[in-house]
Design a protein around this ligand. Structure first.
Ligand code: ZN
Ligand code: ZN
Length: 347
């Protein structure tokens, strides 16, 4: 058994984070596990929530946990036949049990005992990827062309989330689509929807900066959320599919208003309870409202799309900080008016 010292970005509670030295073990004879050196990691909304509130929804930090699930790295030690030392790999942060009823039916993202990086859903929590060294399953290491840059490939996880969401809507080829809320996830959704063949992608947000980014990512028209939407509410709504990516009650209401009868709404934005959900609109227009959570094989699709340049995520990268400046990076990442994605560098 090999013992490795690693500096990790840890959250202990609200506004309580730090870089801590830890030690991890790697069994050099292991046929299942690989030791990777993390190179880059993107800060996600959930990391920010753990920092700001010590919880995401009702998943509360009960003991120190390493943050981060959007990471890539380099293989340091492995016995896997298809991996080699020095290889750059995208790291799939999900580890489903593969034996529960959901896993057996292929819905591994719904695994009853999912071990997902940097999540306080279960106690003990699952440590994340914002650390210098990490032991992962061989199957979590995804190969990609070695000349693809770190700042691009560190988008593999959030792009996978949006490809899964796009897939929930069925065939998007030739469709008219609305995306409400174009922060980093909404913008990546625009790219995934475009890559899936949608004809028209209208986006809405309160921030001009976010709207401009959405146009760069493939939106065909950008509207301020305060603009007049009556044109899209005519004929019981104009869009075949809407994606709600903000989690705000007013945005969900907007989606219900502009989606045509028998259309589909995909909910990606996380939010709390909606006090007055317009349930009559949902019923009368026979709208299909579907949630979308994480991803399954879309992680591999995402790695492919980033590798081939089918999706270029770089307009969304606002800043990169060394991991030793964790708290500063989290504070900057929380400045939604001026900042999209922030990455941590572990080099
Ligand atoms: Zn994320
Ligand atoms: Zn399972």
């Amino acid at each position: 058994m090999m013992e490795i010292k690693t500096l990790s970005c840890v959250v202990r509670g609200p506004k309580d984070v730090g870089v801590m030295e830890q030690s991890i073990n790697y069994d050099e004879s292991s046929k299942e596990q690989t030791l990777v050196k993390i190179t880059r990691g993107g800060i996600c909304g959930s990391d920010l929530h753990y920092y700001q509130y010590g919880k995401v929804g009702n998943y509360e930090i009960k003991h120190p946990m390493i943050l981060g699930h959007e990471v890539i790295g380099t293989v340091v030690k492995t016995n896997a036949p298809d991996l080699y030392v020095g290889q750059k790999v995208a790291i799939n942060p999900s580890k489903p049990c593969l034996t529960c009823k959901y896993c057996l039916s292929g819905d591994t993202n719904q695994c009853e005992t999912m071990r997902f990086f940097g999540s306080a859903m279960y106690n003990p929590h699952v440590d994340g990827g914002f650390t210098q060294y990490k032991v992962v399953d061989n199957s979590q290491c995804i190969d990609y062309p070695q000349d693809v840059s770190d700042d691009i490939m560190a988008f593999a996880e959030p792009l996978a989330v949006t490809i899964h969401a796009a897939k929930q809507a069925g065939d998007l080829a030739g469709k008219r689509v609305f995306v409400s809320g174009v922060g980093p996830i909404g913008c990546l959704a625009v790219a995934a929807i475009k890559a899936s063949g949608a004809k028209e992608i209208v986006v809405s947000d309160l921030s001009r900066r976010c709207l401009d980014l959405a146009l760069e990512m493939g939106a065909t028209k950008a509207l301020n959320a305060k603009d007049d939407f009556s044109e899209y509410m005519a004929h019981k709504g104009e869009f075949d599919v809407s994606f709600e990516a903000s989690g705000h009650p007013s945005s969900i209401e907007r989606c219900l208003a502009v989606t045509k009868a028998r259309g589909t709404i995909i909910q990606i934005g996380m939010g709390g309870a909606i006090p007055e959900f317009p349930i009559m609109t949902l019923i009368a227009k026979e709208i299909c409202l579907k949630g979308s959570f994480r991803f399954i094989e879309e992680f591999n699709t995402s790695v492919e799309w980033l590798s081939s340049g089918k999706v270029n995520p770089l307009p969304l990268l606002s800043a990169t900080f060394p991991y030793t400046e964790l708290e500063k990076a989290l504070i900057i990442a929380g400045d939604k008016d001026n900042i999209s994605k922030v990455q941590l560098s572990f080099e």
